[in-house]
Design a protein around this ligand. Structure first.
Ligand code: ZN
Ligand code: ZN
Length: 644
Protein backbone atom coordinates (compact mmCIF):
# COMPACT_ATOMS: atom_id res chain seq x y z
CA UNK A 1 0.00 0.00 0.00
CA UNK A 2 1.04 3.62 -0.53
CA UNK A 3 -0.05 6.73 1.37
CA UNK A 4 -1.41 9.61 -0.68
CA UNK A 5 -1.55 13.01 0.93
CA UNK A 6 -4.06 15.57 -0.37
CA UNK A 7 -3.81 19.38 -0.36
CA UNK A 8 -6.17 19.64 2.64
CA UNK A 9 -3.67 17.57 4.64
CA UNK A 10 -5.72 14.37 4.71
CA UNK A 11 -4.01 11.07 3.91
CA UNK A 12 -5.53 7.97 2.31
CA UNK A 13 -4.01 4.56 1.60
CA UNK A 14 -4.21 2.95 -1.84
CA UNK A 15 -2.87 -0.11 -3.64
CA UNK A 16 0.52 0.48 -5.18
CA UNK A 17 0.11 1.25 -8.89
CA UNK A 18 -3.19 3.09 -8.55
CA UNK A 19 -3.68 5.97 -11.02
CA UNK A 20 -4.63 9.56 -10.16
CA UNK A 21 -7.84 8.99 -12.15
CA UNK A 22 -8.83 5.99 -10.00
CA UNK A 23 -8.11 8.05 -6.91
CA UNK A 24 -10.39 10.83 -8.19
CA UNK A 25 -13.07 8.20 -8.88
CA UNK A 26 -12.71 6.85 -5.34
CA UNK A 27 -13.44 10.33 -4.00
CA UNK A 28 -16.41 11.08 -6.28
CA UNK A 29 -17.51 10.28 -9.85
CA UNK A 30 -18.14 14.00 -10.36
CA UNK A 31 -14.55 14.82 -9.49
CA UNK A 32 -13.32 12.08 -11.82
CA UNK A 33 -15.22 13.62 -14.71
CA UNK A 34 -13.94 17.13 -13.99
CA UNK A 35 -10.31 16.35 -13.32
CA UNK A 36 -7.90 16.87 -16.25
CA UNK A 37 -4.42 16.39 -14.80
CA UNK A 38 -2.65 15.70 -11.55
CA UNK A 39 0.49 16.81 -9.75
CA UNK A 40 2.36 14.13 -7.86
CA UNK A 41 5.04 15.56 -5.57
CA UNK A 42 4.74 18.80 -7.58
CA UNK A 43 5.39 17.10 -10.93
CA UNK A 44 2.51 17.06 -13.42
CA UNK A 45 1.33 13.51 -14.14
CA UNK A 46 -1.00 11.87 -16.63
CA UNK A 47 -4.20 10.76 -14.94
CA UNK A 48 -3.46 7.22 -16.11
CA UNK A 49 0.12 7.07 -14.85
CA UNK A 50 0.49 4.55 -12.01
CA UNK A 51 1.69 5.83 -8.65
CA UNK A 52 4.23 3.47 -7.15
CA UNK A 53 5.26 5.29 -4.02
CA UNK A 54 3.75 7.42 -1.27
CA UNK A 55 3.57 11.13 -1.92
CA UNK A 56 1.39 14.20 -2.18
CA UNK A 57 -1.22 14.48 -4.88
CA UNK A 58 -3.14 17.43 -6.34
CA UNK A 59 -5.98 16.81 -8.77
CA UNK A 60 -6.32 19.63 -11.28
CA UNK A 61 -9.62 20.84 -12.68
CA UNK A 62 -9.93 23.33 -15.57
CA UNK A 63 -9.47 26.31 -13.24
CA UNK A 64 -5.86 25.29 -12.53
CA UNK A 65 -3.14 26.43 -14.89
CA UNK A 66 -1.73 22.87 -14.83
CA UNK A 67 -5.02 21.53 -16.17
CA UNK A 68 -5.18 24.16 -18.89
CA UNK A 69 -1.60 23.54 -20.02
CA UNK A 70 -2.22 19.76 -20.11
CA UNK A 71 -5.44 20.33 -22.03
CA UNK A 72 -3.86 22.67 -24.55
CA UNK A 73 -0.72 20.65 -24.94
CA UNK A 74 -2.84 17.55 -25.65
CA UNK A 75 -4.78 19.65 -28.13
CA UNK A 76 -1.56 20.34 -30.05
CA UNK A 77 -1.20 16.55 -30.46
CA UNK A 78 -4.80 16.41 -31.65
CA UNK A 79 -4.09 19.16 -34.19
CA UNK A 80 -0.96 17.29 -35.30
CA UNK A 81 -3.03 14.15 -35.79
CA UNK A 82 -5.53 16.11 -37.89
CA UNK A 83 -2.74 17.74 -39.90
CA UNK A 84 -1.07 14.41 -40.60
CA UNK A 85 -4.37 13.00 -41.81
CA UNK A 86 -4.99 16.01 -44.08
CA UNK A 87 -1.39 16.60 -45.21
CA UNK A 88 0.35 13.21 -45.42
CA UNK A 89 4.13 13.37 -45.14
CA UNK A 90 4.08 16.55 -43.03
CA UNK A 91 6.99 16.92 -40.56
CA UNK A 92 6.74 18.25 -37.05
CA UNK A 93 8.89 20.59 -34.95
CA UNK A 94 7.58 21.36 -31.47
CA UNK A 95 4.02 21.81 -30.21
CA UNK A 96 3.81 23.32 -26.73
CA UNK A 97 0.95 24.86 -24.80
CA UNK A 98 1.18 28.63 -24.33
CA UNK A 99 -0.56 31.13 -22.06
CA UNK A 100 -3.76 30.99 -24.10
CA UNK A 101 -3.86 27.83 -26.17
CA UNK A 102 -1.11 26.08 -28.07
CA UNK A 103 0.80 25.97 -31.33
CA UNK A 104 2.61 23.46 -33.49
CA UNK A 105 5.51 24.22 -35.84
CA UNK A 106 5.24 22.15 -38.98
CA UNK A 107 7.15 21.64 -42.22
CA UNK A 108 4.56 21.22 -44.96
CA UNK A 109 7.16 20.21 -47.53
CA UNK A 110 6.44 22.89 -50.10
CA UNK A 111 2.69 23.06 -49.46
CA UNK A 112 1.09 26.04 -47.72
CA UNK A 113 -1.74 26.48 -45.25
CA UNK A 114 -3.79 29.67 -45.33
CA UNK A 115 -6.54 31.05 -43.08
CA UNK A 116 -9.04 29.48 -45.46
CA UNK A 117 -7.76 25.98 -44.64
CA UNK A 118 -8.17 26.31 -40.88
CA UNK A 119 -11.86 25.42 -40.76
CA UNK A 120 -11.21 22.00 -42.34
CA UNK A 121 -8.46 21.32 -39.78
CA UNK A 122 -10.76 22.36 -36.91
CA UNK A 123 -13.49 20.02 -38.22
CA UNK A 124 -11.00 17.16 -38.49
CA UNK A 125 -9.83 17.82 -34.91
CA UNK A 126 -13.39 17.68 -33.59
CA UNK A 127 -14.07 14.49 -35.55
CA UNK A 128 -10.96 12.85 -34.04
CA UNK A 129 -11.76 14.21 -30.58
CA UNK A 130 -15.17 12.51 -30.68
CA UNK A 131 -13.46 9.16 -31.29
CA UNK A 132 -12.31 9.29 -27.66
CA UNK A 133 -8.74 8.36 -28.54
CA UNK A 134 -6.54 7.65 -25.53
CA UNK A 135 -3.13 9.26 -25.11
CA UNK A 136 -0.96 6.19 -24.63
CA UNK A 137 2.46 6.60 -23.07
CA UNK A 138 5.37 4.38 -24.06
CA UNK A 139 8.98 4.41 -22.83
CA UNK A 140 11.42 3.99 -25.71
CA UNK A 141 15.19 3.66 -25.99
CA UNK A 142 17.07 6.43 -27.75
CA UNK A 143 17.96 3.99 -30.50
CA UNK A 144 14.36 2.99 -31.08
CA UNK A 145 13.23 6.62 -31.00
CA UNK A 146 15.83 7.60 -33.59
CA UNK A 147 14.94 4.63 -35.77
CA UNK A 148 11.24 5.51 -35.71
CA UNK A 149 11.78 9.09 -36.85
CA UNK A 150 14.55 8.24 -39.32
CA UNK A 151 12.14 5.82 -40.98
CA UNK A 152 9.47 8.49 -40.94
CA UNK A 153 11.94 10.96 -42.43
CA UNK A 154 11.34 13.62 -39.77
CA UNK A 155 14.75 15.24 -39.26
CA UNK A 156 13.38 17.72 -36.74
CA UNK A 157 12.33 15.05 -34.27
CA UNK A 158 15.64 13.20 -34.87
CA UNK A 159 17.50 16.36 -33.92
CA UNK A 160 15.44 16.71 -30.74
CA UNK A 161 16.04 13.07 -29.83
CA UNK A 162 19.81 13.38 -30.28
CA UNK A 163 19.80 16.02 -27.52
CA UNK A 164 17.94 13.71 -25.11
CA UNK A 165 19.43 11.25 -22.70
CA UNK A 166 18.75 7.56 -23.21
CA UNK A 167 16.30 6.25 -20.63
CA UNK A 168 14.28 9.47 -20.42
CA UNK A 169 12.52 9.26 -23.77
CA UNK A 170 8.78 8.68 -24.13
CA UNK A 171 6.36 8.49 -27.03
CA UNK A 172 2.69 9.29 -26.80
CA UNK A 173 0.15 7.97 -29.27
CA UNK A 174 -3.34 9.29 -29.93
CA UNK A 175 -5.16 7.45 -32.71
CA UNK A 176 -2.89 7.19 -35.75
CA UNK A 177 -0.46 9.80 -34.51
CA UNK A 178 2.65 9.19 -32.41
CA UNK A 179 4.75 11.98 -31.00
CA UNK A 180 7.99 12.32 -29.14
CA UNK A 181 6.90 13.94 -25.90
CA UNK A 182 7.49 14.13 -22.17
CA UNK A 183 3.80 14.56 -21.48
CA UNK A 184 1.62 14.83 -19.56
CA UNK A 185 -1.62 14.60 -21.50
CA UNK A 186 -5.34 14.17 -21.03
CA UNK A 187 -6.73 10.64 -20.63
CA UNK A 188 -8.35 10.83 -24.03
CA UNK A 189 -9.42 13.32 -26.69
CA UNK A 190 -13.14 13.31 -25.89
CA UNK A 191 -12.98 16.18 -23.38
CA UNK A 192 -11.88 18.54 -26.16
CA UNK A 193 -15.27 19.90 -27.18
CA UNK A 194 -14.51 23.23 -28.85
CA UNK A 195 -11.66 24.19 -31.18
CA UNK A 196 -10.56 27.45 -32.74
CA UNK A 197 -7.39 27.78 -34.79
CA UNK A 198 -6.52 31.40 -34.36
CA UNK A 199 -3.59 32.26 -36.62
CA UNK A 200 -0.71 31.15 -38.82
CA UNK A 201 2.80 32.55 -38.63
CA UNK A 202 6.30 31.72 -39.79
CA UNK A 203 8.81 30.49 -37.22
CA UNK A 204 12.44 29.50 -37.65
CA UNK A 205 13.35 26.02 -36.48
CA UNK A 206 14.76 26.43 -32.98
CA UNK A 207 14.38 30.20 -33.29
CA UNK A 208 17.48 30.31 -35.50
CA UNK A 209 17.06 32.57 -38.51
CA UNK A 210 19.73 30.65 -40.41
CA UNK A 211 17.61 27.50 -40.31
CA UNK A 212 14.43 26.24 -41.93
CA UNK A 213 11.35 28.47 -41.76
CA UNK A 214 8.46 26.40 -40.42
CA UNK A 215 4.73 27.15 -40.37
CA UNK A 216 3.38 27.84 -36.89
CA UNK A 217 -0.32 27.21 -36.39
CA UNK A 218 -1.88 28.66 -33.26
CA UNK A 219 -5.07 27.42 -31.70
CA UNK A 220 -7.13 27.24 -28.56
CA UNK A 221 -9.53 24.60 -27.29
CA UNK A 222 -12.06 24.28 -24.48
CA UNK A 223 -13.98 21.57 -22.65
CA UNK A 224 -17.24 23.46 -23.37
CA UNK A 225 -18.55 25.28 -26.42
CA UNK A 226 -19.78 28.18 -24.26
CA UNK A 227 -16.22 28.77 -23.01
CA UNK A 228 -15.00 29.19 -26.57
CA UNK A 229 -17.81 31.66 -27.29
CA UNK A 230 -16.86 33.68 -24.22
CA UNK A 231 -13.23 33.60 -25.23
CA UNK A 232 -13.99 34.80 -28.76
CA UNK A 233 -16.15 37.63 -27.39
CA UNK A 234 -13.26 38.63 -25.15
CA UNK A 235 -10.88 38.60 -28.12
CA UNK A 236 -13.33 40.83 -30.03
CA UNK A 237 -13.32 43.28 -27.11
CA UNK A 238 -9.53 43.06 -26.88
CA UNK A 239 -9.28 43.93 -30.57
CA UNK A 240 -11.32 47.09 -29.96
CA UNK A 241 -8.97 48.01 -27.13
CA UNK A 242 -5.75 47.14 -28.97
CA UNK A 243 -3.36 49.92 -28.02
CA UNK A 244 -1.89 50.00 -31.53
CA UNK A 245 -5.31 50.77 -32.97
CA UNK A 246 -6.35 53.25 -30.25
CA UNK A 247 -2.90 54.86 -30.19
CA UNK A 248 -3.44 55.79 -33.80
CA UNK A 249 -7.07 56.87 -33.45
CA UNK A 250 -6.37 59.00 -30.38
CA UNK A 251 -3.14 60.36 -31.93
CA UNK A 252 -0.95 59.25 -29.05
CA UNK A 253 2.04 57.68 -30.80
CA UNK A 254 3.26 56.52 -34.16
CA UNK A 255 6.12 54.62 -35.79
CA UNK A 256 8.12 55.65 -38.82
CA UNK A 257 10.03 53.23 -41.02
CA UNK A 258 12.57 56.01 -41.59
CA UNK A 259 13.23 56.43 -37.87
CA UNK A 260 13.35 52.68 -37.48
CA UNK A 261 11.35 49.70 -36.31
CA UNK A 262 10.52 49.43 -32.64
CA UNK A 263 11.30 53.08 -31.95
CA UNK A 264 8.07 54.83 -30.92
CA UNK A 265 7.44 58.47 -31.72
CA UNK A 266 5.23 60.14 -29.14
CA UNK A 267 2.76 62.58 -30.68
CA UNK A 268 1.81 65.74 -28.74
CA UNK A 269 -1.22 64.14 -27.05
CA UNK A 270 0.70 61.00 -26.13
CA UNK A 271 3.65 63.03 -24.91
CA UNK A 272 1.31 65.10 -22.73
CA UNK A 273 -0.16 61.94 -21.25
CA UNK A 274 3.23 60.43 -20.62
CA UNK A 275 4.52 63.65 -19.10
CA UNK A 276 1.62 63.74 -16.67
CA UNK A 277 2.32 60.14 -15.66
CA UNK A 278 5.94 61.08 -15.06
CA UNK A 279 4.96 64.11 -13.01
CA UNK A 280 2.61 61.97 -10.97
CA UNK A 281 5.37 59.48 -10.20
CA UNK A 282 8.01 62.16 -9.59
CA UNK A 283 5.73 63.69 -6.97
CA UNK A 284 5.18 60.33 -5.22
CA UNK A 285 8.87 59.53 -5.36
CA UNK A 286 9.87 62.89 -3.97
CA UNK A 287 7.55 62.30 -1.04
CA UNK A 288 9.27 58.95 -0.49
CA UNK A 289 12.78 60.40 -0.39
CA UNK A 290 13.98 59.61 -3.91
CA UNK A 291 16.72 61.74 -5.45
CA UNK A 292 16.40 62.36 -9.20
CA UNK A 293 19.57 61.74 -11.23
CA UNK A 294 20.27 61.95 -14.96
CA UNK A 295 22.67 59.73 -16.93
CA UNK A 296 23.63 59.50 -20.62
CA UNK A 297 22.13 57.15 -23.22
CA UNK A 298 25.44 55.46 -23.93
CA UNK A 299 28.29 54.16 -21.81
CA UNK A 300 31.72 52.73 -22.41
CA UNK A 301 31.80 49.04 -23.19
CA UNK A 302 33.96 48.52 -20.09
CA UNK A 303 31.11 49.75 -17.88
CA UNK A 304 28.85 46.96 -19.12
CA UNK A 305 31.63 44.39 -18.97
CA UNK A 306 32.02 45.30 -15.29
CA UNK A 307 28.27 45.11 -14.68
CA UNK A 308 27.93 41.82 -16.54
CA UNK A 309 25.37 43.30 -18.93
CA UNK A 310 27.80 42.97 -21.82
CA UNK A 311 27.80 39.22 -21.38
CA UNK A 312 23.99 39.26 -21.22
CA UNK A 313 23.11 41.81 -23.90
CA UNK A 314 26.39 42.56 -25.66
CA UNK A 315 26.71 39.72 -28.14
CA UNK A 316 23.25 39.85 -29.63
CA UNK A 317 22.66 43.52 -29.09
CA UNK A 318 23.30 46.66 -31.05
CA UNK A 319 26.89 46.94 -32.24
CA UNK A 320 29.27 49.22 -30.36
CA UNK A 321 29.70 52.83 -31.43
CA UNK A 322 33.35 53.82 -31.85
CA UNK A 323 34.92 57.24 -31.75
CA UNK A 324 36.85 58.18 -34.93
CA UNK A 325 40.09 59.29 -33.24
CA UNK A 326 40.44 57.66 -29.86
CA UNK A 327 39.14 54.21 -30.69
CA UNK A 328 36.81 54.23 -27.70
CA UNK A 329 33.90 51.80 -27.74
CA UNK A 330 30.47 52.77 -26.51
CA UNK A 331 27.27 50.81 -26.24
CA UNK A 332 23.70 52.00 -26.16
CA UNK A 333 22.62 51.71 -22.54
CA UNK A 334 20.69 48.46 -21.98
CA UNK A 335 20.17 49.19 -18.25
CA UNK A 336 20.44 52.23 -16.02
CA UNK A 337 21.86 50.38 -13.02
CA UNK A 338 25.58 50.52 -13.94
CA UNK A 339 25.39 54.29 -14.29
CA UNK A 340 23.66 54.59 -10.92
CA UNK A 341 26.34 52.41 -9.31
CA UNK A 342 28.93 54.89 -10.54
CA UNK A 343 26.89 57.71 -9.00
CA UNK A 344 26.97 55.81 -5.71
CA UNK A 345 30.75 55.53 -6.07
CA UNK A 346 31.17 59.25 -6.69
CA UNK A 347 31.96 59.82 -3.02
CA UNK A 348 32.53 57.82 0.18
CA UNK A 349 29.30 56.70 1.84
CA UNK A 350 28.62 56.14 5.52
CA UNK A 351 25.97 53.90 7.09
CA UNK A 352 24.22 57.11 8.08
CA UNK A 353 23.79 58.10 4.39
CA UNK A 354 21.76 54.99 3.64
CA UNK A 355 19.29 54.33 2.19
CA UNK A 356 20.11 56.29 -0.96
CA UNK A 357 17.41 56.24 -3.60
CA UNK A 358 18.44 57.37 -7.09
CA UNK A 359 15.57 57.78 -9.53
CA UNK A 360 15.68 58.38 -13.26
CA UNK A 361 13.31 58.14 -16.18
CA UNK A 362 16.12 56.46 -18.05
CA UNK A 363 15.86 55.50 -21.70
CA UNK A 364 17.46 52.17 -22.56
CA UNK A 365 17.97 50.31 -25.82
CA UNK A 366 17.76 46.59 -26.35
CA UNK A 367 17.88 44.76 -29.61
CA UNK A 368 14.75 42.75 -30.41
CA UNK A 369 14.30 40.80 -33.61
CA UNK A 370 11.95 42.63 -35.95
CA UNK A 371 9.44 39.77 -35.76
CA UNK A 372 9.22 40.16 -31.97
CA UNK A 373 8.31 43.85 -32.04
CA UNK A 374 4.76 44.69 -30.99
CA UNK A 375 3.30 48.20 -30.64
CA UNK A 376 4.52 49.79 -27.42
CA UNK A 377 4.84 46.51 -25.54
CA UNK A 378 7.90 45.17 -27.41
CA UNK A 379 10.15 47.98 -28.58
CA UNK A 380 13.85 48.60 -29.11
CA UNK A 381 14.09 51.82 -27.12
CA UNK A 382 12.08 52.50 -24.00
CA UNK A 383 12.10 54.63 -20.88
CA UNK A 384 12.06 52.90 -17.53
CA UNK A 385 10.64 54.62 -14.47
CA UNK A 386 13.76 53.34 -12.87
CA UNK A 387 15.25 53.77 -9.43
CA UNK A 388 17.95 52.05 -7.45
CA UNK A 389 17.91 51.93 -3.72
CA UNK A 390 21.22 51.36 -1.97
CA UNK A 391 20.65 50.26 1.59
CA UNK A 392 22.01 48.26 4.51
CA UNK A 393 20.81 44.66 4.82
CA UNK A 394 18.81 45.60 7.93
CA UNK A 395 16.91 48.23 5.92
CA UNK A 396 15.72 45.85 3.22
CA UNK A 397 12.30 45.11 4.65
CA UNK A 398 11.41 48.72 5.33
CA UNK A 399 12.53 49.74 1.86
CA UNK A 400 10.48 46.95 0.35
CA UNK A 401 7.41 48.11 2.27
CA UNK A 402 7.91 51.64 0.97
CA UNK A 403 8.22 50.49 -2.62
CA UNK A 404 5.09 48.38 -2.24
CA UNK A 405 3.29 51.49 -0.94
CA UNK A 406 4.20 53.38 -4.11
CA UNK A 407 3.09 50.53 -6.37
CA UNK A 408 -0.23 50.18 -4.57
CA UNK A 409 -0.84 53.93 -4.69
CA UNK A 410 -0.29 53.85 -8.46
CA UNK A 411 -2.65 50.91 -8.90
CA UNK A 412 -5.33 52.61 -6.84
CA UNK A 413 -5.05 55.93 -8.63
CA UNK A 414 -5.22 54.27 -12.04
CA UNK A 415 -7.96 51.85 -10.96
CA UNK A 416 -6.13 48.59 -11.37
CA UNK A 417 -8.21 46.96 -8.68
CA UNK A 418 -7.12 43.37 -9.14
CA UNK A 419 -3.53 42.31 -8.81
CA UNK A 420 -1.36 39.53 -7.51
CA UNK A 421 2.23 39.78 -6.36
CA UNK A 422 4.56 36.98 -7.33
CA UNK A 423 7.39 36.33 -4.89
CA UNK A 424 10.30 34.70 -6.74
CA UNK A 425 12.65 32.79 -4.47
CA UNK A 426 15.61 30.43 -4.88
CA UNK A 427 15.35 26.87 -5.99
CA UNK A 428 14.92 24.79 -2.85
CA UNK A 429 17.44 22.14 -3.90
CA UNK A 430 20.04 23.69 -6.16
CA UNK A 431 21.53 26.64 -4.31
CA UNK A 432 24.94 26.74 -5.98
CA UNK A 433 23.77 28.78 -8.91
CA UNK A 434 23.04 31.86 -6.82
CA UNK A 435 25.59 34.46 -5.87
CA UNK A 436 25.72 35.93 -2.35
CA UNK A 437 25.79 34.22 1.02
CA UNK A 438 23.07 31.93 2.28
CA UNK A 439 22.58 34.24 5.22
CA UNK A 440 21.98 37.28 3.02
CA UNK A 441 19.60 35.40 0.78
CA UNK A 442 17.59 34.22 3.70
CA UNK A 443 17.40 37.77 5.03
CA UNK A 444 16.30 39.14 1.68
CA UNK A 445 13.75 36.40 1.04
CA UNK A 446 12.27 36.86 4.48
CA UNK A 447 12.24 40.63 4.04
CA UNK A 448 10.18 40.29 0.85
CA UNK A 449 7.77 37.76 2.31
CA UNK A 450 7.27 39.79 5.49
CA UNK A 451 6.86 43.07 3.60
CA UNK A 452 4.27 41.49 1.31
CA UNK A 453 2.43 40.09 4.30
CA UNK A 454 2.54 43.35 6.21
CA UNK A 455 1.07 45.18 3.22
CA UNK A 456 -1.68 42.60 2.88
CA UNK A 457 -0.71 41.61 -0.66
CA UNK A 458 -2.25 38.61 -2.33
CA UNK A 459 0.85 36.64 -3.22
CA UNK A 460 1.96 33.50 -5.00
CA UNK A 461 5.38 32.12 -4.13
CA UNK A 462 7.46 30.63 -6.93
CA UNK A 463 10.56 28.68 -5.99
CA UNK A 464 13.40 28.72 -8.51
CA UNK A 465 12.12 31.90 -10.20
CA UNK A 466 14.59 34.25 -8.51
CA UNK A 467 17.38 35.76 -10.61
CA UNK A 468 20.86 34.40 -9.86
CA UNK A 469 21.65 37.68 -8.12
CA UNK A 470 18.61 38.07 -5.88
CA UNK A 471 14.93 37.38 -5.08
CA UNK A 472 12.17 39.59 -6.47
CA UNK A 473 8.56 40.65 -6.26
CA UNK A 474 6.58 41.11 -9.49
CA UNK A 475 3.13 42.60 -9.77
CA UNK A 476 0.61 41.09 -12.16
CA UNK A 477 -2.51 43.18 -12.76
CA UNK A 478 -5.82 42.15 -14.23
CA UNK A 479 -7.24 44.66 -16.67
CA UNK A 480 -10.87 45.66 -17.17
CA UNK A 481 -11.56 42.63 -19.38
CA UNK A 482 -9.73 40.14 -17.20
CA UNK A 483 -6.40 39.86 -19.01
CA UNK A 484 -3.24 39.62 -16.94
CA UNK A 485 -0.29 41.91 -17.46
CA UNK A 486 3.01 41.94 -15.70
CA UNK A 487 3.79 45.43 -14.51
CA UNK A 488 6.05 46.67 -11.75
CA UNK A 489 8.95 44.72 -10.40
CA UNK A 490 11.04 45.04 -7.24
CA UNK A 491 14.31 43.15 -7.26
CA UNK A 492 17.02 42.61 -4.68
CA UNK A 493 20.57 42.53 -6.04
CA UNK A 494 23.74 41.33 -4.34
CA UNK A 495 25.65 41.08 -7.60
CA UNK A 496 26.14 44.65 -8.81
CA UNK A 497 27.37 46.01 -5.44
CA UNK A 498 29.97 43.22 -5.59
CA UNK A 499 30.97 43.84 -9.20
CA UNK A 500 31.24 47.61 -8.67
CA UNK A 501 32.86 47.14 -5.24
CA UNK A 502 30.34 49.45 -3.63
CA UNK A 503 30.97 50.17 0.04
CA UNK A 504 29.84 52.09 3.03
CA UNK A 505 31.57 52.68 6.32
CA UNK A 506 29.72 51.07 9.22
CA UNK A 507 29.30 52.43 12.75
CA UNK A 508 32.34 50.31 13.67
CA UNK A 509 34.45 52.06 10.99
CA UNK A 510 34.61 48.85 8.97
CA UNK A 511 33.74 48.60 5.28
CA UNK A 512 30.50 46.92 4.21
CA UNK A 513 28.69 46.18 0.97
CA UNK A 514 25.31 47.84 0.53
CA UNK A 515 22.39 45.88 -0.94
CA UNK A 516 20.79 47.22 -4.07
CA UNK A 517 17.09 47.22 -4.96
CA UNK A 518 16.02 47.76 -8.56
CA UNK A 519 12.46 48.91 -8.88
CA UNK A 520 10.23 50.18 -11.67
CA UNK A 521 6.54 50.40 -10.70
CA UNK A 522 5.37 51.10 -14.28
CA UNK A 523 8.00 48.82 -15.82
CA UNK A 524 8.51 51.20 -18.71
CA UNK A 525 6.54 54.23 -19.85
CA UNK A 526 5.87 52.58 -23.20
CA UNK A 527 4.57 49.32 -21.81
CA UNK A 528 2.60 51.03 -19.06
CA UNK A 529 0.84 53.39 -21.46
CA UNK A 530 0.01 50.40 -23.68
CA UNK A 531 -1.52 48.54 -20.74
CA UNK A 532 -3.35 51.66 -19.62
CA UNK A 533 -4.83 52.15 -23.11
CA UNK A 534 -6.04 48.55 -23.21
CA UNK A 535 -7.29 48.67 -19.61
CA UNK A 536 -9.29 51.87 -20.06
CA UNK A 537 -10.17 51.39 -23.73
CA UNK A 538 -8.70 54.87 -24.22
CA UNK A 539 -10.99 56.42 -21.60
CA UNK A 540 -8.21 57.69 -19.38
CA UNK A 541 -8.88 59.05 -15.90
CA UNK A 542 -9.80 62.73 -15.97
CA UNK A 543 -6.54 63.91 -14.38
CA UNK A 544 -4.48 62.08 -16.98
CA UNK A 545 -6.40 62.35 -20.21
CA UNK A 546 -4.81 64.58 -22.86
CA UNK A 547 -8.04 66.52 -23.53
CA UNK A 548 -10.45 66.96 -20.65
CA UNK A 549 -13.16 68.99 -22.37
CA UNK A 550 -14.17 70.20 -25.80
CA UNK A 551 -16.44 73.15 -26.36
CA UNK A 552 -19.03 72.61 -29.09
CA UNK A 553 -20.74 75.75 -30.44
CA UNK A 554 -24.17 74.92 -31.84
CA UNK A 555 -23.40 77.11 -34.86
CA UNK A 556 -20.66 79.46 -36.04
CA UNK A 557 -22.57 82.34 -34.42
CA UNK A 558 -21.38 81.11 -31.01
CA UNK A 559 -17.70 80.55 -31.87
CA UNK A 560 -16.70 83.72 -30.03
CA UNK A 561 -18.49 82.68 -26.87
CA UNK A 562 -16.95 79.21 -27.21
CA UNK A 563 -13.51 80.84 -27.33
CA UNK A 564 -14.29 82.77 -24.18
CA UNK A 565 -15.32 79.56 -22.41
CA UNK A 566 -12.20 77.76 -23.60
CA UNK A 567 -9.90 80.55 -22.40
CA UNK A 568 -11.62 80.61 -19.04
CA UNK A 569 -11.10 76.87 -18.61
CA UNK A 570 -7.48 77.00 -19.77
CA UNK A 571 -6.84 79.69 -17.18
CA UNK A 572 -7.99 77.18 -14.57
CA UNK A 573 -5.64 74.53 -15.99
CA UNK A 574 -8.42 72.56 -17.59
CA UNK A 575 -7.27 71.10 -20.90
CA UNK A 576 -10.01 72.22 -23.29
CA UNK A 577 -10.29 72.97 -26.98
CA UNK A 578 -13.04 74.08 -29.40
CA UNK A 579 -14.63 72.18 -32.25
CA UNK A 580 -15.38 75.07 -34.58
CA UNK A 581 -16.19 72.96 -37.63
CA UNK A 582 -19.28 73.89 -39.54
CA UNK A 583 -21.03 70.58 -38.77
CA UNK A 584 -24.29 69.70 -37.08
CA UNK A 585 -24.12 69.57 -33.30
CA UNK A 586 -25.18 65.90 -33.39
CA UNK A 587 -22.25 64.98 -35.57
CA UNK A 588 -19.83 66.99 -33.41
CA UNK A 589 -21.07 65.21 -30.28
CA UNK A 590 -20.71 61.77 -31.84
CA UNK A 591 -17.23 62.38 -33.19
CA UNK A 592 -15.86 63.90 -30.01
CA UNK A 593 -17.29 61.07 -27.95
CA UNK A 594 -15.32 58.69 -30.18
CA UNK A 595 -12.20 60.63 -29.22
CA UNK A 596 -12.94 59.62 -25.60
CA UNK A 597 -13.03 63.24 -24.43
CA UNK A 598 -14.60 63.15 -20.94
CA UNK A 599 -16.60 66.40 -21.09
CA UNK A 600 -18.46 67.86 -24.06
CA UNK A 601 -19.62 71.44 -23.44
CA UNK A 602 -22.41 72.53 -25.78
CA UNK A 603 -22.91 76.30 -26.11
CA UNK A 604 -25.63 78.21 -27.97
CA UNK A 605 -27.87 81.19 -27.54
CA UNK A 606 -29.13 80.38 -24.05
CA UNK A 607 -25.69 79.48 -22.68
CA UNK A 608 -24.20 82.70 -24.08
CA UNK A 609 -27.00 84.78 -22.59
CA UNK A 610 -26.65 83.14 -19.16
CA UNK A 611 -22.85 82.69 -19.18
CA UNK A 612 -23.20 78.93 -18.78
CA UNK A 613 -22.24 75.66 -20.50
CA UNK A 614 -24.38 72.58 -21.20
CA UNK A 615 -22.40 69.62 -19.88
CA UNK A 616 -22.30 66.07 -21.31
CA UNK A 617 -20.16 63.53 -19.48
CA UNK A 618 -18.68 60.61 -21.41
CA UNK A 619 -20.65 57.49 -20.56
CA UNK A 620 -23.13 59.36 -18.35
CA UNK A 621 -24.91 61.66 -20.81
CA UNK A 622 -26.46 65.05 -20.12
CA UNK A 623 -25.57 66.75 -16.82
CA UNK A 624 -27.56 69.93 -17.50
CA UNK A 625 -26.29 73.48 -17.77
CA UNK A 626 -24.06 75.13 -15.20
CA UNK A 627 -21.90 78.20 -14.76
CA UNK A 628 -18.28 78.02 -15.86
CA UNK A 629 -17.22 78.26 -12.21
CA UNK A 630 -19.45 75.33 -11.29
CA UNK A 631 -17.95 73.29 -14.13
CA UNK A 632 -14.40 74.04 -12.95
CA UNK A 633 -15.35 72.85 -9.44
CA UNK A 634 -16.91 69.69 -10.88
CA UNK A 635 -13.69 68.81 -12.71
CA UNK A 636 -11.40 69.64 -9.81
CA UNK A 637 -13.50 67.67 -7.37
CA UNK A 638 -13.35 64.53 -9.51
CA UNK A 639 -9.58 64.88 -9.91
CA UNK A 640 -8.93 65.53 -6.22
CA UNK A 641 -10.97 62.51 -5.23
CA UNK A 642 -8.66 60.24 -7.18
CA UNK A 643 -5.20 61.74 -6.81
CA UNK A 644 -5.28 62.81 -3.17
ZN1 ZN B 1 2.83 15.95 -25.67
ZN1 ZN C 1 18.37 48.28 -12.30
Amino acid sequence: MIDIKFPDGSVRSYEKGITPYKIAESISPRLASDVLAASFNDVIYDLERPLNESGSLKLHKWEDQQAKSTFWHSSSHLMAEALEALYPGIKFGIGPSIENGFYYDVDLGGRTITEGDLKAIEDKMLELARRKESFVRKDVSKEEALRTYTEKGDEYKCELIRDLEDGTITFYTNGEFTDLCRGPHLRDTSVIKAVKLTSIAGAYWRGDEKRQMLTRIYGITFPKKSMLDEYLALMEEAKKRDHRKLGKELELFTFSSRVGQGLPLWLPKGAALRERLEMFLRKVQKAHGYLPVITPHIGQKELYVTSGHYAKYGQDSFRPITTPQEGEEFLLKPMNCPHHCEIYRSKPRSYKDLPLRFAEFGTVYRYEQSGELHGLTRVRGFTQDDAHIFCRPDQLKEEFCKVIDIVLYIFKTLSFDEYVAQVSLRDKTNRDKYIGTDENWEKAENAIIEAAEEKGLKTVVEYGEAAFYGPKLDFMVKDAIGRKWQLGTIQVDYNLPERFELEYIGADDKRYRPVMIHRAPFGSMERFVAVLIEHTGGKFPLWLTPEQAVVLPISEKYNDYAKKVCEFLNNYDIRASIDERNETIGKKIRENELKRIPFLLVVGEQEEAEGTVSVRRQGEGNKGSMSMDAFVSLVNEEINNVTK
